[in-house]
Design a protein around this ligand. Structure first.
Ligand SMILES: Cc1cc2nc3c(=O)[nH]c(=O)nc-3n(C[C@H](O)[C@H](O)[C@H](O)COP(=O)(O)OP(=O)(O)OC[C@H]3O[C@@H](n4cnc5c(N)ncnc54)[C@H](O)[C@@H]3O)c2cc1C
Length: 402
């Protein structure tokens, strides 16, 4: 067991932190207030290799390990959840899924431009009547000659107006067959019948773009089926193993930001003749943040190490996601509390942290879904089987790219 970061990982952290301090921090209050950010930000992330950090060099990425992706997510969310969410859906949910399940042709056509950051990817699973209960989806894809005809609607999709490519899930078989009748497709924004619309008035992640996707008789070439017909549910769940990992890592960054803001405020604000950091009840909140930060980080890097070794990590990733997001939400609430009335204004970032830290407790498996998963693993009711396509171990990726 080696708990130290490599020199490359330290450099990556410094680079990402420098980027966040220069390109995000000075503008984030305004972006959060107006609900808009600079679209050029994705190009700038790409220039630093951050849109495909753990994608093999052979497929246009930076070829770093999976924990390097965690480092990027930690540092981005220290700036704002919106930009970590973008990397989560682009790299975690989309690009890694194509790496794991895609044909060589799909990797050449979609993965390479995404890893280079020339194109942006997103992930459309949720529907108005299907969130936790994925099989309740209504979208359909019916084979007609050399293409599928895709119809349906997705909602709460991150980067809905920004992404060029989407992994979309729809029934190709009888809906009574539930999970085994769902398939996955790669869909391009420019195809006729595709449209998107942002959701307005979000509680948090306001600098990010989230909304609906509509498919009206969209012709999807049959080469764009990802995996086999009927493998869509398994593909969605394996995509979530990677997405949840990035969400958990981002939550570590959110706690880091809460600690930074709180420690700074504790050292400057005085009550009853001393810094508020000297009051034991305030210290308890700081201590809880520190504990949440350290525990979450260990869970995240353990899941990342399993990914590096090419081992199944659904259980460990779920635990990391559940715990880190709960800790982050509590840390944001405490950071707000430590700031007293000043937390209630936008003079300090903590109200944004509290608003932002709620969605990660909901998306990519709600707190309740992860609680049930962990209980079922512990009780022996749930067990993971080997998938037909596994995420390549990091060493294998490297040798494949040499
Ligand atoms: C900002 C944001 C971004 C998102 N981005 C994406 C995206 O990019 N792509 C995408 O596909 N989706 C995305 N989502 C959607 C997200 O994944 C879903 O919201 C999530 O899966 C929960 O589904 P739901 O909201 O329909 O809640 P429901 O599934 O309707 O759940 C409602 C409540 O019931 C509880 N519940 C449900 N079932 C059970 C059960 N069996 N036992 C106990 N409790 C239960 C839930 O925990 C929750 O508290 C995003 C959501 C948000 C808020």
């Amino acid at each position: 067991m080696d708990f130290s970061f490599t020199q490359e990982q330290e450099m990556l952290r410094n680079t990402t932190r420098g980027f966040v301090d220069k390109e995000i921090m000075p503008f984030i209050e305004e972006w959060d207030r107006t609900g808009k950010s600079d679209p050029a930000i994705y190009g700038k992330l790409a220039d630093l290799g951050l849109m495909g950090v753990c994608i093999p060099e052979a497929y246009g990425g930076s070829g770093m390990d999976y924990n390097s992706l965690a480092i990027v997510c930690e540092e981005l969310e220290r700036g704002d959840t919106a930009f970590r969410t973008a990397v989560s859906v682009h790299t975690g949910l989309n690009s890694l899924t194509i790496l794991q399940w895609g044909t060589e042709e799909q990797k050449q056509r979609y993965l390479i431009p995404q890893a280079k950051g020339e194109k942006v990817g997103a992930f459309g699973l949720t529907e108005p009547s299907a969130g936790s209960d994925v099989a309740a989806m209504k979208s359909t894809a019916v084979m007609q000659g050399d293409h599928y005809l895709l119809n349906g609607q997705k909602t709460w999709i991150s980067l809905c107006d920004v992404a060029d490519h989407f992994i979309v899930f729809a029934y190709t078989g009888n809906q009574t067959e539930k999970h085994s009748a769902i398939s996955a497709f790669i869909v391009e924004r420019t195809w006729p019948g595709f449209s998107s619309k942002a959701i307005k008035g979000k509680h948090g992640i306001r600098a990010g773009n989230t909304g609906e996707l509509f498919f009206e008789d969209v012709k999807v070439p049959k080469e764009n089926l990802l995996g086999k017909e009927g493998e869509g549910f398994k593909i969605a769940m394996s995509a979530l193993d990677n997405g949840r990992f990035t969400v958990a890592a981002g939550a570590v960054g959110q706690i880091m930001a809460c600690l930074e803001a709180s420690v700074s405020y504790c050292r400057q604000r005085q009550t009853f003749g001393k810094e508020i950091g000297r009051h034991q009840l305030v210290q308890q909140m700081i201590a809880n943040m520190e504990a949440g930060f350290q525990m979450s980080r260990l869970l995240v890097y353990r899941a990342g190490e399993l990914k590096n070794q090419g081992k199944r990590n659904t259980r460990e990733t779920s635990l990391a996601k559940w715990q880190a997001c709960d800790f982050a939400y509590k840390a944001a609430d405490d950071a707000f509390q430590i700031h007293g009335a000043y937390g209630y204004s936008d003079e300090y970032p903590v109200s944004r942290y509290l608003r932002n830290s709620k969605a990660p407790v909901i998306y990519e498996g709600t707190r309740e879904i992860h609680t049930i998963m962990q209980a079922e693993y512990a009780l022996g009711y749930k067990e993971d089987k080997t998938l037909s396509h596994t995420l390549p171990a990091w060493e294998q990726q490297n040798s494949a790219s040499e």
